[in-house]
Ligand binder design. Structure first.
Ligand code: NI
Length: 211
């Protein structure tokens, strides 16, 4: 028999071990590796390459990799479906720009990558992305996979607790990345860019011969 006082110590010890095991298992806070300021500095002055390979799950539950989109331009946007304002506005502009490009718009693959994979499951994305464009692909994945792709695209995101216990929002940068037919970074549209402006910038790229 373990005396009650010792039992308490044993339980406390177990709790500590659980916390330690969870830390070792990689339960890091859900956020990008670098700060918003570092990331904005990189993007503003083009200090580092942007983008990179990914393997994520789409809204139908299928694995999708960046390489299957080569040959098309990619419009890549990071956000989360519970975002009250910025994400839906930008996704609407992306959808409208694709419509305005007409049949040529098929050369552009719009991609929405969630920075809130805990809530944005494939099933949840399936209800969300079609609101903006029928060809919009929504991607989710493990915390690690999302952090990796967000870091590669120089995206800042961090969970921010709300007043209601357990509830949170996600603070994030909202640049719209334009990638060329080989998946290389061309540049970004700032949040709030209009559909017409996107069309002006993208259309000359579509005239370029595919290779
Ligand atoms: Ni947002």
């Amino acid at each position: 028999m373990i005396p009650p006082i010792l039992r308490g110590i044993v339980y406390a010890g177990a709790g500590l071990w659980l916390a330690l095991a969870s830390a070792l298992a990689g339960d890091a806070p859900r956020q990008s590796t670098r700060s918003a300021a570092e990331i904005m500095d990189i993007l503003m002055w083009n200090r580092e390459p942007v983008g990179g390979p990914f393997a994520l799950t789409d809204q139908a539950g299928h694995e999708r990799t960046d390489s299957e989109f080569h040959g098309r331009l990619m419009l890549v946007y990071f956000g989360f479906t519970y975002c009250p304002d910025v994400c839906p506005t930008d996704l609407q502009a992306i959808g409208l720009a694709l419509d305005k490009l007409g049949p040529d718009g098929d050369q552009v693959q719009p991609i929405f990558i969630t920075v809130d994979p805990a809530r944005d499951t494939a099933a949840h994305l399936a209800e969300y992305v079609p609101l903006f464009h029928p060809r919009l692909i929504g991607l989710t994945g493990s915390d690690d996979a999302i952090r990796k792709v967000a870091d590669a695209y120089r995206v800042y995101y961090a969970q921010v607790p709300l007043k209601d216990a357990g509830d949170y929002t996600v603070d994030h940068t909202a640049y719209i990345y334009l990638m060329d037919r080989d998946g290389n970074y061309l540049g970004f549209f700032p949040p709030g860019t209009s559909a017409d402006r996107m069309v002006e910038i993208i259309r000359p790229r579509l005239a370029a011969p595919a290779h």
